[in-house]
Design a protein around this ligand. Structure first.
Ligand code: PEP
Ligand code: MN
Length: 298
């Protein structure tokens, strides 16, 4: 007997036939669908590194962080122009001015940009400036937003709701896919569980990475910044995520040179560019090892 509304993995072929591995193999027959954002390829052998500030706070801050993450080896730039904040009295982001700053930073560094869109009415505007639309944890089940993001045809980074099951998350991705947009990358960003808030912000659910890969051909990445909320945990969480098979990372970075301002948003979880470099080095070494192992196995 099933409880109404209660779904399990066996319901996925019904909930999300367009993205379910059980219903169809990846278009092209490959193990994972490659989602391309400019020259960046999610789902390919080398995990993708997205890095940048939590929020676009000023032109100066964003350009400085963008240059630093580019120098550290990041593939893509992140930064919020529209910020989902717990208090309406807190900094809400620079809006369209923030989008313009991101575009400038992208032009200068050559890094494609991902930024959050929270309002279905703003999908068109954000799409003019961004290379990829981010749907945040709080909006994972905002169905009108998912539909608009689907219609835009832009690549979508779909974060997992902080209390969402795998079925709910993939169901949300199906809304985007149903509009004819299969350019979807999933992102685990930590879930609410009892230790959350005691020694870390959320609980990083690494187990979900192989589970996602079993159920769908869409690429999946990890956000170690929001998952931990603690800068000193980000490097270990990043490496663990890669070991679990993540196709990439999205990491918050702040400059720590003399005179650099403390971020207004999520300062405690921002790593410095030197730590980002270490994470990139880890990925490069590991990718080389994997390629060597494969070459020997042939
Ligand atoms: C973010 O990445 O800027 C963000 C707000 O993350 P999340 O939606 O995962 O909380
Ligand atoms: Mn943040």
């Amino acid at each position: 007997m099933s409880i109404a509304g209660n779904v399990g993995l066996s319901d996925l072929p019904r909930i999300c036939p367009l993205i379910s591995r059980r219903v169809q193999s990846s278009p092209g027959g490959t193990e994972t669908r490659i989602v391309a954002v400019g020259a960046v390829r999610f789902g390919d052998v080398r995990p993708v590194v997205i890095a940048g500030p939590c929020a676009v706070e000023s032109r100066e801050q964003t350009l400085a962080v963008a240059r630093a993450v580019k120098a550290a080896g990041a593939d893509m730039l992140r930064g919020g122009a529209f910020k989902p904040r717990t208090s309406p009295h807190d900094f809400q982001g620079l809006g369209v001015e923030g989008l313009q700053i991101l575009r400038e930073a992208s032009r200068e560094t050559g890094l494609p940009v991902v930024t959050e869109v929270m309002d279905p009415r703003l999908v068109e505007t954000v799409s003019e400036y961004a290379d990829m639309l981010q749907i945040g944890s709080r909006n994972m089940q905002n169905y009108p937003l998912l539909i608009e993001a689907g219609k835009s045809g832009k690549p979508v980074l779909l974060k997992r709701g902080m209390a969402a099951s795998l079925c709910e998350w993939l169901g949300a991705a199906e809304y985007v896919a149903k509009e004819g947009n299969l350019e979807i990358v999933l992102c685990e960003r930590g879930i609410k569980a009892f230790p959350a808030g005691e020694y870390s912000r959320n609980v990083l659910d690494l187990n979900v990475i192989p589970a996602v890969k079993n159920e769908t051909f869409l690429p999946v990445i990890v956000d170690p910044s929001h998952a931990t909320g603690v800068a000193s945990m980000v490097e270990t969480a990043s490496c663990a995520a890669i070991e679990f098979g993540s196709h990439g990372l999205i990491i918050e970075v702040a400059c720590d040179h003399a005179g650099a301002a403390k971020p207004k948003c999520d300062a405690a979880q921002a790593i410095n560019p030197a730590t980002l470099r270490k994470i990139v080095n880890f990925i490069e070494t590991r990718t080389e090892h994997t390629a060597l192992r494969k070459a020997h196995a042939v």
